[in-house]
Design a protein around this ligand. Structure first.
Ligand SMILES: *Cc1c(COP(=O)(O)O)cnc(C)c1O
Length: 366
């Protein structure tokens, strides 16, 4: 028996989702960069993405891309967090593409590529309002593109891209995608040749694709979340997009073990201050109810809301770093100490659980 808690990864479900998303994008002339950072960069996931048709494997962490390379991934590797100057030498050895946003880094990157005897491909980022990385004015982006094209011999300007729906929650509307296309055209006019890549964003940019309003110029999306979460992704849970229901929600399943079953009051007894995380919590008095404690906690998965119980009638009520309290009063199944309780997972829970040393990862159908 695998050591618990156990995070089960079903590769068959994962590949089904990857193939489906690659096909959706393919119909619109879009290639997928398969983003693996959500899984803390599991090499087996990178290999799945490649076999399902991703044209790049992408991550925000170099060590994860190094692992993918080590595991034999052949498609080009794409670094999607603007690199630190201190990691440029390493980056040009590990990957062929990166997202970039500033002159100083580009000049150093050109030197690093020259030193390594390589040509490194760059995608310049346009900030269309989400306020993360990138240039916020079109003329600045065009000027930087021209500089890379004319002055930095060891860099190849592969294209431009943008990121939306992230720190600023800005929606990837048709208007934003048209803006990206227009900026790409402005760069092409300035350098006198077409760009190979116009990278329209992440999972959230599937919305304009579903609505058939994606401009033809956009030809790359960098997709992570939805292939791992399926119907538990924001696209479904926040935006109600039914397309996500076509994907499997059982790629990752968490199994945690019950360590106590008891019947207790639902309202704490005594003068209330703050909980283990310094939060002033509120408690609803529902009288005495049957409950169970799981040997897993917020240190492993983060927020309660990112775990979806797979047993009907079961409710997560509270948690500390290492304990999760379940209300099992309305649960039809008899739950006892030593039993396992299973959960589907949202994005942040997968991100944390794959990185937790308390959690054993079990891979099925690899
Ligand atoms: C994380 C990330 C992605 C992938 O986002 P998902 O929502 O997981 O699809 C794409 N691009 C960049 C720059 C990222 O940082």
């Amino acid at each position: 028996m695998a050591k618990r808690p156990t995070l089960i990864l079903d590769h068959e479900a994962l590949r089904y989702n990857m193939r489906t998303v690659v096909a959706w994008c393919g119909e619109a002339g879009i290639d997928v960069a398969g983003v693996i950072k959500v899984t803390t960069g599991m090499a087996s996931v990178a290999l799945d993405y490649e076999s399902c048709g991703a044209k790049w494997v992408a991550s925000s962490r170099l060590e994860q891309l190094a692992r993918a390379k080590e595991a034999g991934v052949k498609v080009p590797l794409l670094m999607i967090r603007v690199p630190m100057i201190s990691e440029l030498d390493e980056m040009v050895r590990i990957c062929d593409y990166s997202l970039e946003s500033g002159l100083d880094t580009l000049i150093s990157l050109d030197q690093a590529a020259k030193k390594a005897g390589r040509t490194h491909n760059v995608i310049l980022m346009a900030d269309l309002g989400d306020l993360r990385e990138g240039l916020i004015e079109k003329p600045e982006l065009v000027e930087l593109a021209k500089y890379v094209e004319d002055k930095l011999d060891s860099l190849h300007l592969a294209g431009i891209g943008t990121n939306l729906g992230c720190v600023g929650s800005v929606m990837p509307t048709e208007e934003k995608m048209l803006m990206l296309s227009e900026w790409a055209e402005a760069v092409e006019d300035a350098i006198g040749r077409p760009l190979e890549v116009v990278s329209g964003g992440a999972t959230s940019s599937l919305m304009p694709l579903f609505d058939k309003v994606m401009p033809p110029k956009v030809n790359m999306l960098r997709i992570g979340a939805i292939v791992y979460c399926g119907p538990y992704e924001d696209l479904r849970t926040c935006y109600g997009r039914k397309e996500a229901d076509e994907l499997r929600g059982d790629v990752f399943t968490l199994e945690a073990e019950v360590v106590e079953v008891s019947t207790k009051p639902t309202h704490p007894i005594g003068q209330l201050g703050v909980n283990a995380f310094g939060e002033k919590a509120t408690y609803v008095d529902r009288g005495e109810r049957k409950r169970a404690i799981l040997a897993i906690g917020r240190a492993d998965y983060g927020d309660l809301g990112d775990m979806i119980p797979l047993l009907e009638g079961l409710e997560i009520t509270m948690a500390s770093g290492d304990h999760t309290i379940l209300d099992i009063e309305d649960c039809r199944e008899d739950i006892r100490v030593g039993d396992v309780v299973r959960f589907a997972l949202k994005y942040s829970a997968i991100l944390r659980l794959t990185a937790s040393e308390n959690v054993t990862i079990e891979e099925k159908n690899i």
